[in-house]
Design a protein around this ligand. Structure first.
Ligand code: GDP
Length: 188
């Protein structure tokens, strides 16, 4: 039986960079934002890594296309829930709090929080890959703030099996790999 590890994230958070690191293969990086030609898939051992299209605001892409991407993601998760072992939600740790608070101040649920909650409600196991940690000045405070906004009580270190601080660009993704390894080992 193969199961999927699915990567999702707002565009530009470094999802493709991480996908390449995890799969160690050259994956064609689409330079046409918003064009959903189906997710990229790479098999590693008996797991298939799936790279979903980036969601949220994209420069030069119309709002209805952005909404379409979100619908596509939601539908795919609902339909293929049974095949999914883990979801890795990649966020940009350097901008997550500021963006979430901006949405919150407008009285809206931040998109990334909405997606996290949607997946959790589907009973999927979601790992938050807090990427671009190299750009973060105060790592612990930032990770506490991220945890809090996702409904996990700080300190974030209580959630080391849910939150993985990484720098995909530098190849520093060990905390995430550790979570994946332990999840694969405990698979029944
Ligand atoms: P995607 O749109 O989420 O697939 O993002 P990409 O993988 O294309 O990365 C978007 C930008 O973020 C690129 O310029 C990457 O080089 C950069 N990036 C990715 N990971 C990191 C990281 O860990 N730290 C920093 N500083 N930049 C990163």
């Amino acid at each position: 039986m193969t199961s999927e590890i699915v990567l999702i994230g707002r565009s530009n958070v470094g999802k493709s960079t991480l996908f390449r690191q995890l799969t160690r293969k050259k994956v064609k990086v689409g330079r046409r934002p918003g064009v959903t030609v189906g997710p990229a898939k790479v098999q590693v051992g008996n797991v298939v890594y799936v790279d979903m299209p980036g969601y949220g605001y994209m420069k030069g892409v119309e709002r209805n296309v952005q909404e379409g991407t979100k619908d596509f993601i939601v539908r795919r998760f609902e339909e293929q829930r049974e095949d999914i072992l883990l979801v890795i939600q990649v966020i940009d740790a350097a901008s997550f709090i500021e963006i979430a608070d901006r949405w919150d101040a407008r009285g809206e649920v931040p998109l990334e929080v909405e997606i996290f909650e949607f997946l959790t409600e589907l009973d999927l196991e979601v790992i938050v890959a807090a990427n671009k940690m190299d750009k973060v000045e105060y790592p612990d405070a930032t990770l506490d703030g991220i945890a809090e906004r996702l409904g996990m009580l700080p300190p974030w270190r209580q959630w080391k099996d849910k939150i993985a601080p990484i720098s995909a660009k530098a190849g520093e993704i060990e905390p995430l790999k550790e979570i994946i390894r332990s999840r694969l080992q405990s698979r029944v």
